[in-house]
Design a protein around this ligand. Structure first.
Ligand SMILES: [Zn+2]
Length: 233
């Protein structure tokens, strides 16, 4: 299993290589700041030396908006209501404008749905980052639209692996998080060999289906294979 530092380096490298538009980061509160700092550098730093800009020093940055639960019981619509308008404003210093919602599992359905719209049709260049210590409490439709990055090992049963929403034309894009979910479940269930075997079987089906998708670009065949894989579970 890769260490925390290795996962952090992987994430930073993958963001620099190819930036996604929505991330769901599952991380403990203790480690959350380190992950956000790494993402901040990866998204915002414009200096090759990596030391001389506001992104790297942690000073307030005009292109980085971060909200969290604080002492409230939930994050409501009002807290994120201006995100869509502000998302239309081009970034001031960085190549991208980033909106971060910590404690994303504590968003009300109204707040989640507002963010869902932003994630579904993000103006370029905008990135949404959600952090949570309990990914299963995030609205499933929102969760399925984000790239899921896990920094903590889930306890058995903590990860719900959902099949993609087949009715969506872009369902193949959610294969990444689905595969991640299966892998996490297998890791968590190492002691329960029968369940782990079944999950590994599902995982293999997802992998081979994904390879077919690459080679044939025949999504209908892939969809049928994946449906079978999930119906069995
Ligand atoms: Zn910098």
């Amino acid at each position: 299993m890769r260490s925390f530092e290795e996962r952090l380096a992987d994430l930073e490298a993958s963001v620099r290589r190819r930036r996604g538009h929505a991330y769901l980061v599952e991380v403990s509160r203790n480690d959350e700041r380190r992950v956000l700092d790494a993402l901040r550098r990866a998204f915002l730093c414009t200096h090759p030396d990596g030391q001389s800009c506001r992104a790297c020093t942690g000073a307030p940055h005009p292109d980085w908006t971060e909200i969290e639960l604080g002492s409230a019981r939930s994050i409501g619509r009002a807290e994120v209501a201006d995100f869509p308008t502000r998302a239309l404003v081009p970034p001031l210093l960085a190549p991208v404008r980033v909106f971060v919602v910590r404690d994303a599992d504590r968003m009300t359905p109204e707040a989640s749905n507002l963010l869902l719209k932003l994630v579904e049709e993000p103006p370029d260049p905008v990135v949404v980052v959600l952090t949570t210590d309990g990914v299963h409490d995030v609205l499933p439709t929102l969760r399925s639209r984000c790239r899921w990055v896990a920094f903590r090992d889930p306890s058995p049963g903590a990860v719900s692996t959902q099949a993609p929403d087949w009715s969506q034309p872009d369902w193949a894009e959610s294969l990444g998080p689905v595969s991640e979910g299966l892998r996490a479940q297998v890791r968590a269930l190492e002691g329960n060999s029968e369940t782990a075997r079944r999950l590994i079987g599902q995982w293999d089906a997802v992998v081979s289906a994904a390879l077919d998708l690459e080679q044939n670009a025949n999504r209908e065949i892939v969809r049928r294979r994946l449906e079978f894989c999930f119906d069995r579970g």
